[in-house]
Ligand binder design. Structure first.
Ligand SMILES: Nc1ncnc2c1ncn2[C@@H]1O[C@H](COP(=O)(O)O)[C@@H](OP(=O)(O)O)[C@H]1O
Ligand SMILES: [Mg+2]
Length: 372
């Protein structure tokens, strides 16, 4: 079965997106194994105290460079998580050279992924430029790529689930989503933390196609180069709509979502299973693949969700047959810039409308007493 008809709209964006996310997953796996870059546990803190690693900057630089080469720098607008503040510090020369060598090692194997490698290794200034080129703020018009180079950085540094998330927004709508999940096997169900695998997958979808796809990572094992259109397999959400049989997932970190509130919703709906706590957008991947039926996230009041933490996951879940809205039942709005402005209370993702209606109803019934 073929993944995508080459004549379709966004065919080139999807193809390049899948190829470059495959390459990015490979980069992350190599950093994690210590085969490129510094020791994998080297973690830096950003201004908001969130962690960042060589992999985050390197993936952002590499993807930014490939997108500019593929579509022309003047045509590419990218909204992405990282900036060069820490890297440009005069005390960071060793860190910058780690990023530069990681980017160059990764680009040197780009042809295996059907992508063009630079004719000579990138200079530090080119790497910094590539990161800085991702300073778009998106908005309601035009095409914007949206990138979270390593989503779930905590999962990455703990050897747990994390994701490389790339999406394309056009006129405020997510039209392409690619989600690389380096520790989520294309063959094995995600059950709990022991389901961390070293043979990950990439999922992807194009808006309106009614199809979502998955392919295994091609990084390891010296296997064949990535071919496209490929023999990816179709993925589909679960057909379970009985709450007592359903699995719900949520962030691992209590700081990122209120576990006791979601436990209350789960109880009121008759969900019996323990929550599946997973780092990163792998939660969207689990819904799209049918490994779970519900994903709820209720961040602290005042926290503003960023578009790169959701764009790719939302279109993949929707094309796989699922539903994603805020907790008021409205679609997420990707047209307002970097943040999901106007988001009502939280995010509710389900495999189908029946479960979704029930959760939204339970949120309305319980919110006033929730102290959120
Ligand atoms: N206080 C907070 N509340 C909700 N989400 C937060 C948060 N602080 C960070 N996040 C987001 O949650 C993401 C991790 O998702 P999860 O908690 O589902 O694993 C982080 O992505 P990064 O790891 O890319 O920074 C970050 O964007
Ligand atoms: Mg993120």
């Amino acid at each position: 079965m073929e993944g995508v008809d080459a004549n379709d709209k966004y065919a080139k964006e999807l193809e390049i997106g899948v190829r470059v996310v495959q390459l990015a997953c490979c980069l992350c796996q190599k950093v994690q194994k210590g085969s490129i870059g510094p020791t994998p546990d080297q973690i830096f803190s950003k201004d908001d105290d969130s962690p960042v690693t060589v992999a985050d900057w390197s993936v952002q630089a590499m993807i930014s460079w490939i997108l500019s080469e593929s579509f022309g720098k003047q045509n590419v607008s990218i909204v992405a998580e990282e900036d060069t503040q820490t890297l440009s510090d005069s005390n960071s020369t060793r860190l910058l050279s780690s990023v530069v060598s990681t980017v160059n090692e990764s680009l040197s194997i780009a042809p295996k992924f059907g992508l063009k490698a630079p004719t000579s290794p990138l200079e530090p200034t080119q790497v910094l430029d590539a990161i800085n080129n991702c300073n778009s703020t998106g908005g309601p018009t035009g095409k914007h790529w949206v990138l979270d180079p390593v989503d779930g950085t905590l999962g990455f540094v703990r050897g747990d689930q994390y994701a490389v998330a790339l999406a394309l927004i056009e006129n405020g709508q997510v039209v392409v989503g690619v989600l690389g999940c380096p520790n989520y096997s294309s063959k094995k169900k995600l059950v709990n933390n022991s389901s961390v695998s070293k043979e990950g997958c990439v999922m992807y979808a194009r808006k309106g196609s009614g199809e979502a796809w998955m392919q295994p990572l091609v990084c390891e094992g010296g296997g064949p180069a990535l071919v496209w259109p490929n023999s990816g397999s179709r993925i589909r959400v679960s057909c379970i709509d009985d709450p007592s049989m359903a699995t719900f997932c949520e962030p691992v970190e209590k700081a990122n979502s209120n576990h006791s509130y979601s436990a209350g919703i789960a109880y009121s709906l008759g969900l019996r299973k323990q929550p599946l706590r997973v780092y990163s957008m792998v939660k969207y991947a689990a819904i799209a693949r049918g490994d779970a039926e519900i994903y709820m996230k209720f961040a602290k009041s005042g926290y503003k969700e960023k578009i790169w933490d959701h764009a790719a996951g939302v279109v993949i879940v929707e094309e796989a047959g699922g539903v994603v809205t805020d907790a008021g039942g409205r679609p997420l709005d990707f047209s307002k810039g970097v943040y999901l402005e106007g988001l009502d209370r939280g995010i509710v993702t389900c495999s189908g409308v029946n479960l979704h209606d029930k959760i939204i109803g339970a949120v309305y019934a319980s919110w006033d007493s929730s102290h959120l």
